[in-house]
Design a protein around this ligand. Structure first.
Ligand SMILES: Nc1ncnc2c1ncn2[C@@H]1O[C@H](COP(=O)(O)OP(=O)(O)OP(=O)(O)O)[C@@H](O)[C@H]1O
Ligand SMILES: [Mg+2]
Length: 211
């Protein structure tokens, strides 16, 4: 299987060491969960993998990315715990935005956005704005946007934290179909519903990865 992201000996300390000599690989076709207690360093690890934060030691290599700084959207998408939606765009425009900003055809982008919103059971809300829908509905928009541009790697931080059991199944189905097209996804989560359906599970304990 093609390796899409490699972390080699990544360490990061704040007041205390949070990440200690972390090595991991994400391969095409894999949905991998990252579990660990609150404060164990999941978001800190995702920030380093995304290029938002510099490790004190070690390196991160992302396929399709060149040089320093965060990789381009075609190589990597990040779904932050806080969603990061654009309030002045409708839900469908938010989902379409990675394709529109990437210069793709508008018709195709809007059709794909509509399809993703339908799959996430919020199709009828497409023309609303983020301020006009619920938190869980916003979270689904952020998930749709994260996969819309078919990035090679998706890093998702607790993407189902505001969803009910049935809606979580829709989200997991979407992520499994997304990786089946040749991408890789790392999901930080406390949710057993995702972990049991993922291909692999990584656990952060004392700053280190347990497979
Ligand atoms: N910028 C920062 N400055 C100082 N300490 C930080 C910073 N960012 C994270 N930390 C510390 O690093 C540790 C790991 O935090 P992190 O946010 O990665 O945890 P987490 O596993 O994502 O937890 P949760 O499940 O609650 O989201 C925590 O002890 C946190 O206080
Ligand atoms: Mg976190």
């Amino acid at each position: 299987m093609t390796t899409l992201l490699t972390a080699d000996g990544v360490s990061r300390s704040f007041d205390q060491p949070v990440l200690r000599d972390i090595c991991l690989e994400l391969r095409a076709g894999e949905l991998v969960t990252l579990v660990g207690r609150s404060g164990s360093g999941k978001s800190a690890l995702l920030a380093v993998l995304a290029g938002f934060d510099e490790p004190d030691a070690g390196s991160v290599t992302v396929t399709g990315s060149h040089g320093g700084g965060p990789p381009p959207w075609s190589a990597m998408a990040v779904l932050p715990q806080s969603f990061g939606l654009l309030d002045e765009l409708t839900l469908e425009e938010n989902v379409a935005s990675p394709m529109l900003f990437g210069g793709g055809p508008v018709d195709e982008a809007m059709a794909r956005a509509a399809d993703l919103l339908t799959r996430l059971d919020i199709g009828p809300l497409a023309r609303r704005y983020p301020g006009e829908v619920s938190v869980g509905q916003r979270q689904r928009v952020a998930l749709g946007r994260a996969v819309a541009g078919r990035p090679k790697v998706l890093l998702a931080d607790e993407p189902t934290a505001h969803l009910d059991h049935a809606t979580i199944q829709l989200a997991v189905r979407l992520l499994l179909d997304f990786v089946a097209e040749g991408s890789a996804c790392l999901v930080a989560t406390h949710d057993p519903a995702i972990t049991t359906q993922a291909h692999r599970r990584l656990e952060l304990v004392d700053g280190q990865i347990r497979q």
